[in-house]
Design a binder for this molecule. Structure first.
Ligand SMILES: [Ca+2]
Length: 53
């Protein structure tokens, strides 16, 4: 399983790490919602679809 660090730290100044399965799942997991960013999701889903054939 891959883990990703959010690009923006939270209010404590810590960078949160999230699992790849919470990327683009419709819920905001990063402090400013980067994991649900439309452009990032478009890229992520494109890669995922290629990986799944
Ligand atoms: Ca999410």
């Amino acid at each position: 399983m891959e883990r990703f660090a959010c690009p923006t730290p939270d209010h404590m100044g810590r960078y949160r790490c999230i699992d790849d399965h919470v990327l683009c799942d419709g819920f905001i997991d990063c402090p400013t919602g980067e994991d649900e960013d439309r452009q990032n999701c478009m890229f992520y889903k494109t890669v995922s679809e290629k990986n799944f054939g």
